[in-house]
Design a protein around this ligand. Sequence first.
Ligand SMILES: C[S@@+](CC[C@H](N)C(=O)[O-])C[C@H]1O[C@@H](n2cnc3c(N)ncnc32)[C@H](O)[C@@H]1O
Length: 307
Amino acid sequence: MGNAGSETETAHEQAAAEDDLNVAPEHRERKERRIQGPVAKLRAAQKEAAKHQRTSERALAKLEREREASAVKLARVKGELDDLRRSYHLSGVGKKLDLRVIDGFSEIAHDVVAAGRTGMNYDRLYTLWQAVRAAPADAPVIEIGSYLGGSARFIAEALKAHGASPKFYVCDTFAGHAQTDPTIDTSHHDAGKFKNVSAEGTADYLSGYPALELVVGEIVDTSRQLTEHAFGLVHLDVDVYPTTAFCLRFFAPRLTDTAVMVIDDYGYTTCPGVKQAADEFVAEFPEFRLWHLLTGQAILSRLAAPG
Ligand SMILES: C[S@@+](CC[C@H](N)C(=O)[O-])C[C@H]1O[C@@H](n2cnc3c(N)ncnc32)[C@H](O)[C@@H]1O
C-alpha cells in the first residue's frame, strides 16, 4: 500500500513538474502552495498506516507465541488428567454407579448431606443404607457417637423406608470425647472437639421418630442402663481408641447372628485409634471378621458356628 501510494505520488509530481515548465512562475508558486497541504496529509496517513501495520504484526506474533504456550500447557494438563484417571484414588471413576441417583436412598441421603449435620457423604451413608436393609427386622439398633444427629437421622429415615420400626438408641456424651489415648489419638486432642453441640438440639432434630431414644452420657456408664442384649445393627462412630475398644468388647458379643457393626473411620489416617482397637479385637476374638471398605468404614460380623 505504501509503495502504490508513493508511485502515484511520484507520477503526479513528475506530471506537475512538466506542466510547471509551461506555467508562469507566480502560477507555479500558487499551485505548489495548493498541493502542499494534501501531500503532507498523504505522507502522514502513510506513516500512520505503516505504524498500524507494525503494531498488528507485533500483536499477531504475540498471539502466536501465546497459542504455542497454551498448546504445551493443554498437552501437560491432558497428561496429568490421564495419570489421575489411572491413579489409585480415582481409578474407575465415571464408570461406577452414581449413588446420588439410587431410588429411595438418594432422596434421604440428599436431605441429610444438605442439612450439614454429619461429615458423612453419599458413600458412607450408602453403607449404612445397606446395613439397615440387611438388619434383622425388629431387633434394636444402636449408634454410639451421634454428635449433631446427621447419621442417626439417616438411619432413622432408612429404617422407615424399609418399613422397620425397631427401638433405636442414639448415644453420645453431647459434650465431646469422654476419654482419649494421647499416645494414639494424636489428632483428637483439640479440647473443643465435638463440644459445640447440645443434647437438646440433637433431640429436637431427631424428634420425629417415636422409636428413637437419646442416651446422654459416657457410653461406658450409659451402656449399663441398656435393657437390650441383642442388637440388629450397631453403628460405632467415636473416633478414638479407648471408646472404640470398649464398644467393640461390649457390643460385638451382643450382635444377633446375622447383624453387623459398621465401624466408621477405620481406614482414616486421622483416626488411628479406631483401626488399632478393631485390629486388636479381631486378633483376640477370631470368631469375628472385619471387612475394610474403601469408604473408610469397616464391617464387623460374627462367623457362623460350624454345623
Ligand atoms: C464423629 S462424631 C459422630 C458423628 C455422627 N456419627 C455423624 O456423622 O452424624 C463422634 C462423637 O462421638 C462422641 N463420643 C466420643 N467418645 C464418647 C464416649 N465415650 N461416650 C459417648 N460419646 C462419645 C463424641 O462426643 C462425638 O460427638
